[in-house]
Design a protein around this ligand. Structure first.
Ligand code: FES
Ligand code: FES
Length: 163
C-alpha cells in the first residue's frame, strides 16, 4: 500500500504521520489528530457533519484525502474552545437547546462560525440558507437557527473570524 508523509496543524497543534495515500482527511483528523468532533455520517459530502475549516475555509473532511491538504491549518469544533470553556457560539447552541443527539452539531457550528465571520448581522433567511447544507435528523432546525441568531446578536464571532 502506498503511504505518504502528511503534516498539518490541527487546532494549532502540529500533527505528522505516515499514512496510506488514500486515507481520508476525516479519518486522519479522528484517528491521527484525536479530533473526535469530526463526525462522519454519510461519507459522501451530503450531510455536512464532518465540516472543518481548512486554511479558514469550510470543507467536508470526508471528501478529501489527508495528503491533499498536506501543510494546511485545520480547525475543528474542538479548536473553538479556550482553556476548556465553550466558545460563545457553542454556548449559544447549549443555551438554545440546539442539539439533541449532537451528531450534526460540530459541522453545524463550524459552518455557522464561518458564516458569522462573513455575515455578522444576518437575517433568519440568510441563516437558514447558510445552514441548508448541514442536515439534522433531530431538532427541526428552529433552535439551531435561534442559536445562530443569538450568537450574531451577541457578536460571538468577530468579523473575519478569530486569528
Ligand atoms: S460525512 Fe462528510 S458530508 Fe457527510
Ligand atoms: S442533533 Fe441529532 S442530528 Fe442534529
Amino acid at each position: 500500500m502506498d503511504t505518504c508523509l502528511v503534516r498539518m496543524r490541527v487546532n494549532g497543534r502540529p500533527v505528522e504521520r505516515e499514512v496510506p495515500a488514500r486515507k481520508l482527511l476525516s479519518d486522519f483528523l479522528r484517528e491521527d489528530a484525536g479530533a473526535l468532533g469530526v463526525n462522519v455520517g454519510c461519507e459522501q459530502g451530503v450531510c455536512g457533519s464532518c465540516t472543518v475549516l481548512v486554511d479558514g475555509v469550510p470543507a467536508r473532511a470526508c471528501l478529501a484525502f489527508a495528503v491533499q491538504v498536506d501543510g494546511a491549518e485545520i480547525r475543528t469544533v474542538e479548536g473553538l474552545t479556550t482553556d476548556g470553556s465553550l466558545h460563545p457560539l457553542q454556548q449559544a447552541f447549549h443555551d438554545h437547546h440546539a442539539l439533541q443527539c449532537g451528531f450534526c452539531t460540530p459541522g453545524m457550528i463550524i459552518t455557522a462560525y464561518d458564516f458569522l465571520a462573513r455575515h455578522p448581522r444576518p437575517s433568519i433567511a440568510e441563516i437558514r440558507e447558510a445552514l441548508s447544507g448541514n442536515l439534522c435528523r433531530c431538532t427541526g432546525y428552529q433552535q439551531i437557527v435561534e442559536a445562530v441568531q443569538d450568537a450574531a446578536r451577541l457578536g460571538a464571532v468577530p468579523e473575519g473570524g478569530e486569528r
